[in-house]
Write a protein that binds this ligand. Structure first.
Ligand code: NAP
Length: 306
C-alpha cells in the first residue's frame, strides 16, 4: 500500500529527535507537510498556519501534533473539524475535559484520534505486563528522576500553568504503571515541591492505593533513573530505563537499553488504527496527574532557572 500522508505540527525538540526519524523510517507514512511558527524539516513543504496547510494539502489525511499540551487543543480541534485523523503527543491535553471533547468530536467526524503514550511502547513493557497478569502485586515503587535542563532545555512552558512540571516525565511512568498493573490503583496522597518562582512542581511524592508509591524529581544530574519496581506473590519485577529493560528475580531477561523503538511503534499503531477506522483514547495516566494536583500538599523550594 502507498504510504499515508501525515503532517507534523510543532517542529521542536521531540519532533526533530523522534517523530521525523520515525516517519522517515516507516513504510506506512510519508511526511507531506509541516506547520510551525519557526521550525521546519528540510525538503518538506512548511507552513506557519494550520488552516493554510489543510487547505493546500487535501491529501494529508493525518495530522500529528508535537506541540506542548496547552496550545495543542485548538490545533487538534481544527484538524478534526477538517476531517483529518489526529495523533496527540503525551500528555494528550492540558486538561481531561478537552481530551474528552476531542474524543467526542473524532467520533462525530468518523476519524481516528490516538492519544499516544510513547513509554508504553518501550521494549520491555509488553513482557512486564504479560508476566504480571497472573500475579498478586504486594507493593510497587516508581523512581523517575531526570534532569529537566537536559530534556527540556530552556522550555519555560513546562513551568507555566498546564505545563505539568515534573508530571511531564512522570506521566511516562504513570502510562507504564497503568498499563502493566493487573488491578487499577488510585491516588490517595501527594506532596508537590514547587520552585518559589514557578507555577508547576519540580518534584512529587505520590501514594496510591495497593501499596504503590512514586518519587518524581527533575533535579537529577548525571545518570538518569527511570525505574518501576514491583514486588509480587511470586517474586520481584523491575522495569529499568523507562520500560526498556526487564529484570525478573534480580536478573535482566528482556529488552534493550535504547528508547529509539518507541516512536516507530507509535506510528505503526496509528497506521493500524487509521486502517481499522478506530480511535485509541486512554486518559488513565492523566487522571493520576490531575488527582495529584488536586490532593497535593505544597512545599516551596529554591527558585529554578534554566
Ligand atoms: P518544544 O520543543 O518546546 O515545543 C515544540 C514546538 O511547539 C516548538 O518548537 C514550537 O514550534 C511549538 N510551540 C510551542 N509553544 C507553542 C504555542 N504556544 N503555540 C504554537 N506552537 C507552539 O517541546 P517538546 O520538547 O518538543 O515537547 C512537545 C511535546 O512532546 C510535549 O507534550 C512533551 O511532553 C512531549 N515530549 C517531549 C519529549 C522531550 O524529550 N522533550 C519527549 C517525549 C515527549 P514553533 O516555535 O516553530 O511554532
Amino acid at each position: 500500500m502507498a504510504p499515508r500522508n501525515v503532517a507534523l505540527v510543532g517542529i521542536g525538540k521531540i519532533a526533530v529527535d523522534q517523530h521525523v526519524p520515525a516517519i522517515a523510517a516507516s513504510a506506512d507514512w510519508h511526511l507531506a507537510a509541516t506547520v510551525s511558527r519557526q521550525g521546519s524539516v528540510p525538503g518538506v513543504p512548511a507552513y506557519t498556519d494550520l488552516a493554510a496547510m489543510l487547505e493546500a494539502h487535501p491529501e494529508v489525511e493525518t495530522v500529528s501534533l508535537c506541540l506542548p499540551p496547552v496550545p495543542r487543543f485548538a490545533y487538534a480541534e481544527a484538524a478534526l473539524l477538517a476531517g483529518r485523523h489526529v495523533m496527540l503527543e503525551k500528555p494528550p491535553g492540558a486538561t481531561l475535559a478537552e481530551v474528552h471533547e476531542l474524543a467526542a468530536l473524532a467520533a462525530e467526524q468518523g476519524v481516528t484520534l490516538y492519544t499516544t503514550w510513547h513509554s508504553r511502547m518501550a521494549h520491555a513493557v509488553a513482557a512486564a505486563k504479560a508476566w504480571l497478569a497472573d500475579k498478586a502485586v504486594i507493593e510497587a515503587h516508581i523512581t523517575w528522576r531526570e534532569d529537566v535542563r537536559k530534556w527540556h532545555p530552556g522550555q519555560d512552558w513546562v513551568f507555566e500553568p498546564g505545563g505539568m512540571g515534573v508530571f511531564d516525565p512522570g506521566s511516562n511512568a504513570l502510562s507504564i504503571l497503568t498499563h502493566i498493573l493487573p488491578q487499577p490503583v488510585h491516588l490517595t496522597a501527594a506532596t508537590l515541591t514547587f520552585p518559589e518562582n514557578r507555577q508547576t512542581p519540580i518534584a512529587a511524592d505520590l501514594t496510591f492505593s495497593g501499596n504503590v508509591t512514586a518519587d518524581f524529581d527533575w533535579r537529577q544530574t548525571g545518570p538518569q533513573t527511570w525505574d518501576i519496581a514491583v514486588e509480587t506473590d511470586r517474586g520481584p519485577l523491575v522495569l529499568r530505563m523507562g520500560g526498556n529493560v526487564l529484570e525478573l528475580h534480580g536478573k535482566p531477561v528482556a529488552g534493550e537499553a535504547s528508547i529509539m523503538g518507541e516512536y516507530p511503534a507509535l506510528y505503526a499503531r496509528m497506521a493500524e488504527l487509521v486502517a481499522a477506522g478506530q480511535s485509541e483514547v486512554d486518559l488513565a495516566p492523566m487522571v493520576h496527574v490531575a488527582d495529584a494536583l488536586t490532593l497535593g500538599r505544597r512545599i516551596v523550594t529554591d527558585p529554578f532557572h534554566f
